[in-house]
Design a protein around this ligand. Structure first.
Ligand code: TLP
Length: 350
């Protein structure tokens, strides 16, 4: 929102002038006929980055996840997810409504599951049970506070999945952030999943757009369901051009967002009643608890808004902050000053 320091999400960014120029000059065609050269270039670029045979452009991260679930499963199948994962919690019940799957939820540590938890959740082959078909992982994990799935854990889960003939979908809406935080290339993470969704409209700053990548056969199936979901778009190279621009210009800078998030977390730790572990902040998301401040999270958000800073209460006591390319280092200083005004500083220990 104009005039505010907006820490609600990295989805709120405005396209940069370079991005707008790239969009304005994009060569376009009818993508439903497969004739948009800019979309084709973006799809090839993302498939290559992720080390997959093919990728397909879709309007949103939600559609990317749900197309993947639909393409991997049959109605009645079971999908293993982490209890706070995006596909289970924040996609309007689409897994049940569109794919007819049921979710088996496991509680992770900051969104990250142990391989043994997944192993125990796989159903025996017996007609009483649903068929376990798919495991969904999220990297970085949104409600886990932007936590990164350790590469070795993903590899271990993948070996388990192969041995038990299960598939893995990786919700990589913020895989770019994971990669910048660790130095592990996106393709190294992606190799442990059968399908990967990535978003252009989060940290990369595009107005719209996500992609799903996987084998040729899988992407062909996604293409068919994308038609059924109404996700076929026409001269959409105008948007794909923003994606190509962002992949070329906005990935390296994510480290600034991570530094800003860390600084926010260390700053917040100084305030009375705030419960936060700054060392847990690995990328651009900061989640903290205000239970001991005597204020509810919505009340803190309301007071912050009155002072020009937008934040996202995610429960009665928890707040999420997300840094992004429209938040500068000075904005972090300002936001911390406003937090200080609203929450008060921790009294020195006697
Ligand atoms: N997340 C949004 C909200 O929906 C919560 C946000 O502000 O963080 N996977 C992950 C891990 C996500 O965080 C999101 C968006 C999505 C998928 C869905 O992307 P869109 O919003 O493009 O459908």
């Amino acid at each position: 929102m104009k005039g505010f320091i907006d820490l609600r999400s990295d989805t709120v960014t405005q396209p940069t002038s370079g991005m707008r120029k790239a969009m304005a000059g994009a060569e376009v065609g009818d993508d439903v006929f497969g004739e948009d050269p800019t979309v084709n270039a973006l799809q090839e670029k993302v498939a290559k980055i992720l080390g997959k045979e093919a990728a397909i452009f879709v309007p949103s991260g939600t559609m990317a996840n749900q197309l993947s679930i639909r393409s991997h499963t049959q109605p009645g199948d079971e999908v293993i997810v982490e209890a706070t994962s995006h596909p289970y919690n924040f996609e309007g019940g689409a897994g049940a409504a569109i794919s007819g799957v049921q979710f088996y939820c496991l509680q992770g540590v900051r969104g990250i599951l142990h391989t043994s938890q997944i192993e125990e959740a796989i159903r025996p082959t017996d007609h009483h049970f649903p068929v376990t078909k798919l495991i969904c992982l999220e990297n970085t994990h949104n409600r886990g506070g932007g936590s990164v799935y350790p590469l070795e854990r993903m590899a271990e889960i993948s070996r388990l999945a192969k041995a038990r003939e299960l598939l893995i979908h990786l919700d990589g809406a913020r895989l770019w952030n994971a990669s910048i935080a660790t130095g592990v290339r996106p393709g190294e993470y992606a190799q442990w999943a059968d399908s990967v969704s990535v978003c252009l409209s989060k940290g990369l700053g595009c107005p719209i757009g996500s992609l799903v990548a996987g084998s040729e056969t899988f992407v062909d199936r996604v293409h068919r369901f994308r038609k059924m979901f109404g996700g076929g778009m026409r001269q959409v190279g105008i948007i794909a051009a923003a994606g190509i621009y962002a992949l070329d210009h906005h990935i390296e800078r994510l480290k600034e967002d991570h530094q800003n998030a860390k600084r926010l977390a260390f700053g917040l730790k100084e305030f009375k009643g705030v419960s936060i572990t700054p060392d847990d902040v690995q990328t651009n998301i900061v989640i903290f608890d205000v239970a001991s401040t005597g204020m509810t999270a919505p009340a803190v958000a309301e007071a912050m808004k009155g002072e020009g800073v937008l934040i996202h209460p995610i429960s009665k006591t928890q707040i999420r902050l997300v840094t992004h390319l429209d938040v500068t280092s000075e904005d972090i200083d300002t936001a911390l000053k406003v937090f200080e005004k609203v929450l008060g500083r921790l009294a020195p220990m006697s």
